[in-house]
Design a protein around this ligand. Structure first.
Ligand code: PGA
Length: 251
């Protein structure tokens, strides 16, 4: 089946409010048809960025969330609060949350379930560290991180996106080769087929993330199992982000 590509920008802890609004407006104005584009600014700019992209096809996303609805959880943000601001997709399991902030897998899993249960699109990030790749554990790590998702809960493939992001490629300028990305993506799709079923696996989108740029995006997205990208550094400039989004548009 033809899966529509989805290219999302993860702005991480970057931009001022004014830069965020300018960037969002430029992305909204330039986003081409035929490919889905999304942007995930820092929490504090979601409202302003949401207004900047209102009426455009660009999806608003959040970089993180807490799984409880409300209550005494100092500093946390609920899914309801994000929905109020127009958020449509939420990232879970990003490698910086797993490995820098030390978020445990159980918490990642609870967040992922909550995002899906509340009707939003989940972008669940998975990927191996360099020492895991060197020890031939890439598939094992991906499998374990996919196991954070319960097939009985996740029944609509349109609301599940897997972002395969080899940790050694994130922010390093060292991109996975087209063949390395395809090999991992094919494995991920096969494993999803095993855990869910073939038609679910066929419909789920698998983004590649890790130093994706306008000059390598077309090659990566031409791979049969690469359905878009999750972009960090190159999403902070409208022209480079839009260059990647355009590379995902059908020719
Ligand atoms: P990068 O980040 O594009 O800067 O490598 C990707 C990501 O962390 O999502």
């Amino acid at each position: 089946m033809a899966r529509r590509k989805f290219v999302a920008g993860n702005w991480k802890m970057n931009t001022t409010k004014a830069q965020a609004v300018d960037l969002a407006k430029a992305v909204a104005a330039g986003a081409p048809a035929g490919v889905e584009a999304g942007i995930a600014p820092p929490f504090v700019y979601l409202d302003a960025v949401g207004q900047a992209v209102a009426g455009s096809s660009v999806l608003l996303g959040a970089q993180d969330v807490y799984f409880e609805n409300d209550g005494a959880f100092t500093g946390e943000i609920s899914i309801g609060m994000l929905k109020d601001l127009g958020v449509r997709f939420i990232l879970t399991g990003h490698s910086e949350r797993r490995h820098v902030i030390k978020e445990p897998a159980e918490l990642v899993a609870k967040k992922a379930s909550a995002v899906y249960s509340k009707g939003l699109i989940l972008v669940h990030c998975i990927g191996e560290k360099l020492e895991e790749r060197d020890a031939n554990k890439t598939f094992e790590v991906c499998q374990k991180q996919i196991d954070e998702l319960d097939p009985a809960l996740f029944t609509d493939p349109a609301r599940l996106v897997i972002a395969y992001e080899p940790v050694w490629a994130i922010g390093t300028g060292r991109t996975a080769s087209d063949a390395q990305a395809q090999e991992a993506h094919a494995f991920i799709r096969q494993y999803i087929a095993k855990r869910w079923n073939a038609s679910f696996a066929d419909a789920v989108r698998i983004q590649y993330g890790g130093s994706m740029k306008p000059d390598n995006a077309a090659g990566l997205m031409a791979q049969p199992d690469v359905d878009g990208g999750l972009i960090g550094g190159a999403a902070l400039k409208a022209d480079s982000f839009l260059g990647i989004v355009r590379a995902g548009a059908p020719s």
